[in-house]
Design a binder for this molecule. Sequence first.
Ligand code: NAD
Length: 260
Amino acid sequence: MTFREDALAGQHIVISGGAGAIGVAVTKALSDHGARVTVNDILPREEAVLRLEAAGVLKDRVQYIHADLTNHENVDQLLEQARVNFGPAHTLCCHAGMVQAAPIIEFDDGLWDQIMDVNLKAAYLLAKAGARAMLSDSVRGQIIFTTSWVGAVPWPDIAAYSASKAAMNMLMRSFSRELAAQGIRANAVAPGIVGAGMALRQWETEPDYRARASKAIPLGYLQPVESVADAFLFLCSPAASYMTGSILLVDGGCSLYPMD
Ligand SMILES: NC(=O)c1ccc[n+]([C@@H]2O[C@H](COP(=O)([O-])OP(=O)(O)OC[C@H]3O[C@@H](n4cnc5c(N)ncnc54)[C@H](O)[C@@H]3O)[C@@H](O)[C@H]2O)c1
């Protein structure tokens, strides 16, 4: 995508799960366009930094902070530490996520709770604490939630994941509705079946998934990770400044009709 190299200059963006496959690509795109990016993840620092360096992110624009965001004290600490080096945050990306597949009637209850905690509760805690910080810093900022096309389409064996992403879409709309008057916007990016991260792991290890997914993408190929990064770049740019409450679906047509 063509944006000016300084399109995001002056912005501090915090991204949870930012050392994951999509997170690294998003961090690269945002920092390459002038943003300072605080990357959070639960990965050990060495591993996270290696992944970011391998992607070629500019070191002076990116800092890594380890924290498990399913706990609100950790969320508060993340935002405080993020602020020390890079100042008040202008955009928060609630991007951390996990998936596990199993038939719904056999799904493990503990796993259900874990998926809801990582995908939904951590997003709620980060968005809430971040919005409070924006208000006290007088920042007219944005919260971006990473959801998924399966937040609206029931894909087999991932009921907990799909339900968590549907709930995140409504959470995003609630933040957007309640905070618009104070100048804080909220939007979601809903990717399709990306050739990276959790979908690629399933593609490579679950033959049933691969057979189903290979028929499910109308555009005919796995989603390039850069297309997700481009959606973030657009939402963080002034070009999207009138958007709030939107789900930006970037899914190669997966959600158009059932192909399976
Ligand atoms: N890969 C896809 O096809 C796809 C499609 C649609 C949406 N998504 C979403 O994109 C996001 C990134 O997915 P990915 O494919 O890059 O997977 P990934 O597993 O590579 O990245 C997820 C990251 O989240 C981190 N994380 C997990 N729990 C955390 C916690 N408690 N606190 C902080 N970080 C935590 C993980 O360590 C990991 O680095 C997720 O929200 C996922 O649901 C992915």
